[in-house]
Structures are given as structure tokens and as C-alpha cells.
Write a protein that binds this ligand. Structure first.
Ligand SMILES: Cc1cc2nc3c(=O)[nH]c(=O)nc-3n(C[C@H](O)[C@H](O)[C@H](O)COP(=O)(O)OP(=O)(O)OC[C@H]3O[C@@H](n4cnc5c(N)ncnc54)[C@H](O)[C@@H]3O)c2cc1C
Length: 500
């Protein structure tokens, strides 16, 4: 008797190695077929960035090849997964559909509907966590509540990670990455029954090159530090952690290099982690290997800081899981009453990198040109939009999603709420002075000159302050606001908010 066919539905886990849902399915049956559903609700949304579509498309290309190398195939469908997955399961004669859990509110609702539709059609579903080192339900305060503050979250998270690491393979509850499946049995559409074939022939099956939802490409692909596909993600991780030669990699100088936007001091793995061409266990395992190779206390401390960034990623994901209302607005209720000015011209100038404040404009041009922005600059431009231009942070959040290759609801919302002071960060009000930030983190103005080549001739001091003489500007705009004035204005408006 031939083994029962199962389907594995990839979403934001575009890899074969260390994919826990896939590994569980492959352990149950070799007759496994992969599927990706290109959903217009997601891919045609106004906040779908061209950079992200490009990353999807190129990662899917490799994923398809990997499925073939493993003995089976990856199917691409275009449409609504709630309708299509039960149809595909019927056409393929699949008794079970497996996938990895999604923590976002819309994704959870979609998954609930897909599971209900499959179960109504007599299929089983197999679902578990994959994209986090520690599942959100496992992380509770002593009082049993979800965490709202990063510090205590980090202590609990780290303790659990260290205990879990002792359990060995991720397949048995540990953290050691599991291998990609191999020796799978392909589905041959020629062997389907007539009834199955009829359903199969009506399925909106696509080839990668005819999947119009994946767009035509992204002009900034060469400038983007995030490289699509599973192989590139692993190579990037390796280069970051051991320098590609078994020595100290950039991870060993991550602190302080992570704050200097003109340097390639960070991993560039955000899109790989957001779209799952890399697993967090692979990232963790590489960091542990780097610990073994570290040659100084400073290197060990830098590795710890990088691990803490992985923890930030998990902190925001668990926050969104437990408080899905974060997706709709401010965590702190008094911020709902903030009298935003939302001047459309200022918002436009910010988005176009034409505010006249060089550090802001350099960062915004990095975003539009490359689909990515350095973390330090994300914080600077977010503070500027909210606290200097007095625009609702949700406008910035949307703009970022519409441009970022790594756009991820939890991290993006978390970053914006942190910058706006409307989130879980215990500090009541945080205002960045863009000139001070530039002088600390781009002291030679190398980053500014790189992204604003028209200002290369201007002195470093003027590039940092934004105080550029009219004759030197050569078409570059005057600053649209004065930080000191706007800071006072913002504080006055903030003082009108109800205290809670
Ligand atoms: C306003 C704002 C918006 C942001 N939007 C996103 C987003 O949409 N998607 C996204 O992945 N990150 C977002 N971040 C977090 C951070 O800027 C990026 O993850 C980081 O710049 C990615 O670069 P890297 O891969 O080189 O990171 P590294 O410094 O090498 O860090 C390693 C990994 O840790 C995670 N990480 C690092 N910093 C953070 C953080 N502050 N919050 C959550 N995860 C983090 C990322 O997965 C990252 O790839 C945002 C930050 C801010 C301030």
C-alpha cells in the first residue's frame, strides 16, 4: 500500500532545512507535496513592498528547486487559501495538511478559517510553532501574565533557551537544527483518478515566471543587504558569525559596530528571518559556534548583544500574539487622543528624503533605493516623523511596510511604538535630536555622503547639523522644521494627553 499523501503549506518559512512543521510531516510520510498560495489579499496590499515581492519570488525559485532535489515538488497556487487548500487536498488525495503557526492577528484568523474548511472536508491539519526559539505561550511572568517589558522577558527567555539547548535536536524539543527532508515521493498528476483530475485541472496552478502577483522585480535588488533564498541566508549567517574562515566574524565586533550605519556591522538577516529562509535555531546555533571561537571578553559580550536582538524579535512577536490590538493602534490608551498634525507635505518630504535634515534624508533614501534601512537610522527617522513632524506613527509604520524587504508586522509595529513612546517601553517620552544622533553615530558623515551624493562637497560639521549655507545646497532643500521648536511644540501637545 502506498503511503498517505500529505501537503505542507509554506508561508513565512521559505526553506527546507530546520523547518519544524515540514520535518514533522516528512517524519510521518514520504509522500509529501509542498504548496505556496500566492494570496492577492497579501501580495496586492498597498503595504506590500516591491523589495519584499522580489525576496519572495527569488526565495521561491530556490525553494522549488529544493523540493525537486528532495524527490518531490512545490506547487504554486494563486488565490484564497481558504478555498484553494481544500480543493488541492481533494485533488491530490491528501489526508493531512501541515503548516507552521503564524502569530499575526490576520494570519491567525486566516489559519483558523483554512483549518475549519479542511476539517469540514474531512482532512486533518497538523500545526505547531517554528519561527520562534520559545513559543509565546511558554513565556509568562510569575503571575501568569504575558510580558509587557523587555528586561524581565529577556531573563525568562534566555533561561528557557539555555535549558532547551540541552535537549538536543529541535525534532525532540531542543534547539539543534534539523536537516532538510530527502527521499520524498512525488505526486504524479497523471496517476490521479478522473474525479481528482477534474479538480486538479481547475486549480489556479502557476509557474514562478507566470505568477504576476510576485511582480516584475525590484530595481534596488543589488543594493539590498538581504539576499533571498535559503543558501544565501546560510552563507550570510556563516560569514557574519565566523567570517567565512572559522575565525572571528563581524558578530565579534557587533557591539559597538551595530550602531554605525556606514559600516556593514550587522548581519543583514532580517528578511531571511522575517520570511523564513533562515530559522531562529540556525541563527542561535551559529551564535553559539561563534562563542566557541571568540578570542576576547569583548567578542563574547558582542555575541550576547546579538543574541539579545534575536530576543527583541521574539519579544515583539509574543507581544503581538498576546495583545493583537497592538496592530490597530497605540498600546498606551492616552495616545489615542494625541492631536497629530499629519501635514501631507511634511509627510511627503520625509518619505522622499527631502526634509533638509541630511541624516534623515540619507536614511530615507537608503530605504527607497535598497528596500532596507539600518536599525539606528530606523529609530532616528521614526522619532523625527513623530516628534519633529508631529505625524501619527501609523503613517510611518505603513510607509515602512510599503518599502521594507524585511517588513514584519510585529517588529515594525514594535519599533514604531517604541519610537513614538506609545508602546510597552517603560520610558514615558523619548525624543531623539537628529543632529546629536548623526554626530554620535555618523561622526565623519560617511553614511550621509554615501546616500546624499549631491552633498559630498559640504563640510562634515554642516552635514551633521543640517545647517547648510544656501550656496552650498545646490538644490537640496532647506530644513522643513527646526528641531528645538518642534520638540517644545511636541512636549506641549503631549502635556494635554490624559494621564493613565
Ligand atoms: C521603526 C522601526 C521599524 C522596524 N521594522 C522592522 C521590520 O519591519 N522588520 C524587521 O525585521 N525589523 C524591523 N525593525 C528592527 C531592526 O531595525 C531590524 O531588524 C534590523 O535593522 C535588521 O538588520 P539586521 O538583520 O542586520 O539586524 P541585526 O542587527 O543583525 O540583528 C539580528 C536580527 O535580530 C532581529 N532584530 C534586530 N533588532 C531588532 C529589533 N529592534 N526589533 C525586532 N527584531 C530585531 C532581526 O530579525 C535581525 O535580523 C524595526 C526597527 C525600528 C526602530
Amino acid at each position: 500500500m502506498s503511503p498517505e499523501r500529505w501537503l505542507f503549506w509554506h508561508r513565512r518559512d521559505l526553506r527546507l532545512a530546520d523547518n519544524l512543521g515540514l520535518a514533522a510531516a516528512a517524519a510521518a510520510t514520504p509522500a509529501l507535496t509542498g504548496v505556496v498560495v500566492l494570496d492577492p489579499a497579501e501580495l496586492n496590499a498597498p503595504t506590500m513592498a516591491p523589495a519584499r515581492r522580489w525576496f519572495w519570488r527569488e526565495s521561491l525559485r530556490e525553494l522549488g528547486e529544493r523540493w525537486q532535489a528532495a524527490g518531490s515538488r512545490l506547487l504554486l497556487l494563486e488565490g484564497d487559501p481558504v478555498e484553494l487548500l481544500p480543493q488541492l487536498a481533494a485533488a491530490a488525495g491528501a489526508g493531512v495538511v501541515a503548516w507552521n503557526r503564524d502569530g499575526e492577528p490576520l494570519g491567525r484568523e486566516r489559519d483558523r478559517r483554512v483549518a475549519a474548511a479542511l476539517q469540514a472536508a474531512g482532512r486533518k491539519v497538523l500545526v505547531d510553532w517554528d519561527q520562534l526559539l520559545i513559543a509565546p505561550e511558554q513565556l509568562r511572568t510569575g503571575g501568569g501574565d504575558p510580558y509587557r517589558v523587555y528586561g524581565p522577558f529577556l531573563r525568562n527567555w534566555r533561561g528557557q533557551v539555555e535549558r532547551k539547548a540541552l535537549l538536543g535536536s529541535a525534532a525532540s524539543g531542543g534547539l539543534e537544527p534539523v536537516a532538510a527532508p530527502s527521499g520524498l515521493l512525488d505526486l504524479n498528476p497523471e496517476h490521479l483518478s478522473d474525479a481528482q483530475r477534474q479538480i486538479w485541472d481547475r486549480l489556479p496552478l502557476r509557474q514562478l515566471d507566470t505568477a504576476s502577483l510576485l511582480g516584475e522585480g525590484f530595481a534596488g535588488a543589488e543594493l539590498c543587504p538581504c539576499r533571498p533564498g535559503e543558501a544565501a541566508a546560510l552563507a550570510q549567517l556563516q560569514a557574519f558569525c565566523d567570517g567565512g574562515s572559522g575565525g572571528d566574524g563581524p558578530i565579534s565586533t557587533y557591539e559597538p559596530a551595530r550602531n554605525i550605519p556606514s559600516e556593514a556591522g550587522t548581519s543583514g538577516l532580517s528578511a531571511a528571518l522575517a520570511l523564513g529562509t533562515l530559522s531562529p535555531r540556525q541563527a542561535w546555533a551559529a551564535a553559539q559556534q561563534a562563542r566557541g571561537l571568540a578570542r576576547s571578553e569583548e567578542a563574547l559580550a558582542a555575541i550576547t548583544v546579538w543574541e539579545q536582538e534575536l530576543a527583541w524579535r521574539e519579544f515583539y512577536q509574543q507581544a503581538l500574539f498576546h495583545f493583537p490590538e497592538l496592530a490597530d493602534g497605540p498600546y498606551r490608551p492616552q495616545w489615542r487622543h494625541f492631536p497629530w498634525e499629519n501635514d501631507p507635505e511634511r509627510l511627503q518630504a520625509w518619505g522622499d528624503g527631502l526634509t533638509g535634515m541630511p541624516i534623515i534624508d540619507a536614511a530615507m533614501r537608503q530605504l527607497s533605493a535598497s528596500g532596507w534601512m539600518h536599525n539606528r537610522c530606523r529609530m532616528i527617522v521614526a522619532s523625527y516623523l513623530v516628534k519633529d513632524l508631529i505625524c501619527d506613527w501609523r503613517l510611518g509604520e505603513r510607509h515602512f511596510m510599503a518599502h521594507l524587504v524585511d517588513g514584519d508586522l510585529a517588529a515594525n509595529n514594535g519599533g514604531w511604538q517604541w519610537s513614538a513612546s506609545s508602546g510597552m517601553d517603560p520610558k514615558p517620552l523619548r525624543i531623539f535630536n537628529p543632529a546629536t544622533q548623526a554626530s554620535k553615530f555618523d561622526p565623519e558623515a560617511n553614511y550621509i555622503r554615501h546616500w546624499l551624493p549631491e552633498l559630498r562637497h559640504v563640510t562634515t560639521r554642516d552635514l551633521i547639523s543640517g545647517d547648510i549655507a544656501p550656496l552650498e545646497r545646490r538644490g537640496y532643500p532647506e530644513t522643513i522644521v527646526v528641531h528645538k521648536e518642534q520638540q517644545a511644540r511636541f512636549k506641549a501637545l503631549y502635556a494635554t494627553l490624559p494621564r493613565s
